[in-house]
Design a protein around this ligand. Structure first.
Ligand code: ADP
Ligand code: MG
Length: 388
C-alpha cells in the first residue's frame, strides 16, 4: 500500500496519546469451546499494539467481533476472551456489556460488536456512537479489513486521528513487498477447494511469480477442462471454464504447474481404499483426495529452489490422516527453505499448526479473505480508510 501517492497511517503518526482514550479494533474472533478459547493466536497477535499504546499512556477500549451472531446469543460473548487477555497481559481487563455501559478504566473490552445490528451495515449512527467513546482510533484487525463495517471503516470518518496497528501494518507491508519486489525466484503454491475462490490470486501470481503450482481440489477442473472425466472428485462446474482459460492463455508460458500424479480414494473417510494414479482421467467411484508422490517431490524441489514462497490452500483433504501426505510435504518444504515464506488462508494455517511447523514460516498471515483480496489488488475498505 505504501506507494508514492498513498501511505498507510501508523502508530508513529498519532502523536501524543497520554491520558487519551484509544478505541482499538482487534480481531479476537477466536474459536471457543466450553467458554474458553481453544486457540489464542489472534489474541497474542494483538498484544504488541496493545502494549505499545499502553506504554504511551493511552487508555484502551478494545472492540472486536466474534462469529456471526443473529442476536445477543451468550455463546458469542467476548467475556471469556477478555479473561484470556487479562491472563496474557497480567493486568485486569474491564468488560463493557454494551455501548451504554462502558467503564472509564485504563483497559476495557467491549462486548461482541456484532451484537449491534448496525455493525455489518456500516450504520453511520453506530459509527458515530463508537467514535464518541474515544479520542483516537486504531485498527489492528487485518482479518476484517476487507469488510466495510461500522467498527472497521465507518468510525474512521468520525474521529480526528486514526491509524493502523502494528499487525495490520505488517500484513500490508509483507504483501506489498511480496507483490512489488520479491527476491526471485518467486514460487506460489495455490490449493484449496475451489478455483473460482482463488482465480484473482492465481492470475496475479501468473503475472508476477516465476512458477505457480496448482494443487488440491481446485486442480480437478483442469482435468475436466481437457475433456477428461474426474470420477467422483470435488470439481466445481464453474471452475471448468476458468481452468480452460488459464490452460489456453497461460500454460504456454510454462509458469503454470499442474500435479503429475494424485492419490484417489473411494470415499472421504479414514477407511477409504486408496490408489495412486496419473493426473488425468479418474474412474467413476473414485475421487481425487491428495497430491501423489511424484507431485510432492516435484513441488518440493521447486519450493527448495525459490527465494520467496507464497502458499495458500491445502493440496489434499489433509484433515483426514490418509490424505494428509501431500499437504504435509508442501508444509515441510515451505518450513525447510531459508527463502522468505508467506502462508495465508485459514485452512493452510490450520495445516501448518497441525504439523507443528508454524514457527518455521517467515510470515503467517492472520487474514484469510483479507490477504487474498490484498494480493488480488483490490482496495480493502478498512485499509483505504487509514490511507492518506
Ligand atoms: P484456505 O482456507 O487455506 O484458503 P481453502 O478454504 O481454499 O483453503 O480449502 C481448504 C479445504 O480444501 C480443506 O478443507 C481441504 O480438505 C480441502 N481440499 C483440498 N484438496 C482437496 C481434495 N483433493 N479433496 C477434497 N478436499 C480437498
Ligand atoms: Mg478455508
Amino acid at each position: 500500500m505504501t506507494t508514492q501517492t498513498t501511505k498507510l497511517r501508523t502508530l508513529d503518526d498519532l502523536g501524543e496519546l497520554r491520558g487519551l482514550r484509544v478505541l482499538v479494533r482487534v480481531d479476537f474472533n477466536v474459536p471457543l469451546e466450553n467458554g474458553r478459547p481453544t486457540d489464542d493466536t489472534r489474541i497474542r497477535q494483538a498484544l504488541p499494539t496493545i502494549r505499545a499504546l499502553r506504554e504511551r499512556g493511552a487508555r484502551l477500549l478494545l472492540v472486536s467481533h466474534l462469529g456471526r451472531p443473529k442476536d445477543r446469543e451468550p455463546e458469542f460473548s467476548l467475556r471469556p476472551v477478555a479473561d484470556s487477555l487479562s491472563e496474557l497481559l497480567d493486568a485486569p481487563v474491564e468488560f463493557a456489556p454494551d455501548l451504554d455501559h462502558v467503564p472509564d478504566g485504563d483497559l476495557v473490552m467491549l462486548e461482541n460488536i456484532r451484537f449491534e445490528p448496525g455493525e455489518t451495515k456500516n450504520d453511520p449512527q453506530l459509527a458515530q456512537r463508537l467514535a464518541a467513546l474515544a479520542d483516537v482510533y486504531v485498527n489492528d484487525a487485518f482479518g476484517s479489513a476487507h469488510r466495510a463495517h461500522a467498527s472497521t471503516e465507518g468510525i474512521v470518518h468520525h474521529v480526528a486521528r486514526s491509524a493502523a496497528g502494528l499487525l495490520l501494518e505488517r500484513e500490508v507491508d509483507t504483501v506489498s513487498a511480496l507483490l512489488s519486489a520479491p527476491e526471485r525466484p518467486l514460487v506460489a503454491i495455490l490449493g484449496g477447494s475451489k478455483v473460482t475462490d482463488k482465480i484473482g490470486v492465481i492470475q496475479r501470481f501468473l503475472e508476477i511469480a516465476d512458477a505457480v503450482l496448482i494443487g488440491g481440489a481446485m486442480s480437478y477442473p483442469f482435468i475436466a477442462a481437457r475433456g477428461e472425466p474426474v470420477g467422483d472428485s470435488l470439481c466445481e462446474p464453474e471452475g471448468i471454464p476458468v481452468a480452460r482459460g488459464l490452460l489456453d492463455e497461460l500454460a504456454p508460458q510454462g509458469k503454470l504447474h499442474l500435479p503429475i500424479d494424485i492419490v484417489v480414494g473411494d470415499e472421504l473417510s479414514v477407511d477409504a481404499r486408496m490408489r495412486t494414479q496419473d493426473f488425468g482421467p479418474i474412474d467413476d467411484g473414485w475421487e481425487g483426495m491428495d497430491a501423489g508422490p511424484r507431485t510432492r517431490a516435484a513441488y518440493s524441489a521447486l519450493i527448495a529452489s525459490a527465494r520467496t514462497v507464497f502458499w495458500n490452500g491445502p493440496v489434499g483433504a489433509f484433515e483426514l490422516e490418509p490424505f494428509s501426505a501431500g499437504t504435509r510435504a508442501i508444509a515441510e518444504a515451505v518450513a525447510a527453505t531459508s527463502a522468505t515464506t508467506i502462508v495465508g488462508g485459514g485452512d493452510s494455517v490450520a495445516a501448518l499448526r497441525r504439523f507443528g511447523l508454524q514457527d518455521q514460516i517467515t510470515f503467517v498471515s492472520t487474514g484469510g479473505g483479507a490477504s487474498l483480496e490484498l494480493i488480488e489488488g483490490r482496495a480493502l475498505p478498512g485499509i483505504v480508510a487509514l490511507t492518506s
